[in-house]
Ligand binder design. Sequence first.
Ligand SMILES: [Zn+2]
Ligand SMILES: [Zn+2]
Length: 77
Amino acid sequence: MEAKKEAGCPRCAIGDHGRAPRADGLKHEITSPRPTVEQLMAWDFDGICEATDGCRVEPDGRCPHGHTSWLRLVGIV
Ligand SMILES: [Zn+2]
Ligand SMILES: [Zn+2]
């Protein structure tokens, strides 16, 4: 089996860091490893979180690239 190189987020790749749905359906895709429950709890406790592309964001925020925080994604905040 061929190892696939990390392609990154397709929407960020074209320079679109917006949040609104696109006519072509291109979405931000998760590019950072999914955090464990323990990691999510630690972020919640610290008041800082990672977005789905690995940026540091507010627990209920989004990064400048349009990626949402993990805590928000999983519905903790
Ligand atoms: Zn993106
Ligand atoms: Zn980002």
